[in-house]
Design a protein around this ligand. Structure first.
Ligand code: PLP
Length: 410
């Protein structure tokens, strides 16, 4: 595994007056509160702002930059793809990179074929459509319902928003798409809800990311797999945040001992270029006909060439061992910090995906970390979320831990 060459000495951006001012930018629709300053460069696990101040990146673009910034292999793959002059062709035509990537997934997973999309939400929306298509094709006219779980986040498009369990995201947009419901993570309740006649699919994140970094109980998931089979309902795993190496296996489901019917991916798949994917098993694949679904950009030759490089890197056994080892160590350090400071309610996570429940507001701690050169994101009002690049070293993690501890006690 080739690690990017990065500077080891941490230089906090003290010379610069750090401003986590929340900026409203009139030319950009105000869906995000963006933090000043302006970022202009990235290298390894660091991002640099317009003043040259350096920030250690424990967000990685929310689990996107698994290989860090300015990774030599990724940049080379982009150059190779550009050199062909074939950035986009339309899905009306065959191109080699997307076919190679799809075959790679078929060779390395339960899937018999793959649909390429442009984002996580779009991958999930497509999976919902495929579930309904499967139901109609197999002569179940009333089978339409998509069931998601308490705490879920599956995206912000009409269907996925209906499957996302956060009132502030949902309420302004009611009525949400029909035929989608959210139920407790409880097998007894699911036994009541999963009606053979009406339920088409259950969608689950093996680790709920936005919902607070909650590792869903593997025994519950195995029970759910058995129940969905018994009731003739598809099981969709949403590995958009937790897949592609983040938990220490290439797919999170490899640690669960069963296979889903569909699996969605996005975030790190093309190293920051927008790409999603729906992996489907044979049962689903044979129900999909030309015209059932489509996208202009999905799986184009440029992006797919880059993604071919990414999947090689993230599936490298040395990379996955690195994630398991550094991730376990990082979890121990977070727990030790919790014990030392008394400022932490709980630690949860696995691999390089961790959450820390704090008594104080997560936003206040994130601001203090930012002021000292560490980027963090929350997962709810009182949860800090840690999603560093998967290539991060223990030394770099230690730098971030030191900043975090100062912010926690401050
Ligand atoms: C588990 C999960 N599903 C779906 C999505 C939506 O992905 P996107 O923002 O690319 O639409 C996200 C994004 O955070 C996610 O974490």
């Amino acid at each position: 595994m080739s690690m990017p060459v990065i500077p080891t000495a941490f230089v906090p951006p003290a010379a610069v007056a750090p401003t986590l001012s929340v900026t409203s930018l009139p030319a950009i629709v105000g869906t995000y509160k963006r933090q000043a300053p302006v970022f202009v460069r990235g290298e390894g696990v660091y991002m640099y702002d317009e003043h040259g101040a350096r920030y250690l990146d424990f967000v990685a673009g929310i689990a996107v930059n698994a290989l860090g910034h300015a990774d030599a292999g990724v940049l080379q793959a982009m150059q190779e793809a550009m050199a062909t002059g074939l950035i986009h062709t339309s899905n009306l035509y065959r191109t080699e990179p997307g076919e190679t990537l799809a075959q790679w997934f078929v060779d390395h997973s339960f899937a018999s074929s793959v649909f390429f999309a442009n984002s996580g939400a779009e991958a999930n929306e497509g999976a919902f459509k495929f579930a309904r298509r499967w139901a109609r094709t197999t002569n179940h006219q009333a089978k339409h319902e998509i069931i998601a779980l308490r705490g879920a986040f599956h995206g912000r498009m009409p269907g996925t928003l209906a499957a996302t369990d956060r009132p502030s995201y949902r309420l302004p947009f009611r009525p949400l798409m029909g035929g989608v419901r959210i139920v407790e993570r409880d097998l007894e309740e699911l036994k009541v809800v999963l009606d053979t006649e009406t339920a088409a699919a259950v969608i689950v994140e093996p680790i709920q990311g936005e919902g607070g970094v909650r590792v869903v109980d593997p025994a519950f998931l195995r029970g759910l797999r058995a129940l969905t089979r018994e009731r003739n309902v598809l099981l969709i795993l949403d590995e958009i945040q937790c897949g592609l190496g983040r938990t220490g296996s290439f797919f999170a489901y490899e640690q669960l001992g069963f296979e889903p019917d569909m699996l969605t991916l996005a975030k790190p798949l093309a190293a920051g270029l927008p790409m999603g994917a729906i992996l489907v098993n044979e049962t689903v694949a044979q129900c999909i006909q030309p015209g059932d679904h489509g996208t202009t950009f999905g799986g184009g030759p440029f992006i797919a060439h880059v993604a071919n490089h990414v999947v090689q890197r993230l599936s490298d056994p040395a990379m996955l061992a690195h994630v398991r080892e550094t991730g376990a160590w990082f979890g121990e350090q977070l727990q030790a910090m919790a014990d030392r400071t008394g400022r932490v309610r709980a630690i949860r996570g696995t691999g390089l995906m961790w959450g820390m429940d704090v008594h104080e507001s997560a936003a206040a701690i994130i601001q203090r970390c930012f002021n000292n050169g560490l980027l963090l994101v929350s997962a709810g009002e009182h949860t800090l979320r840690f999603l560093p690049p998967l290539v991060i070293t223990k030394d770099e993690l230690s730098q971030g831990l030191a900043i975090l501890e100062t912010a926690l006690v401050g």
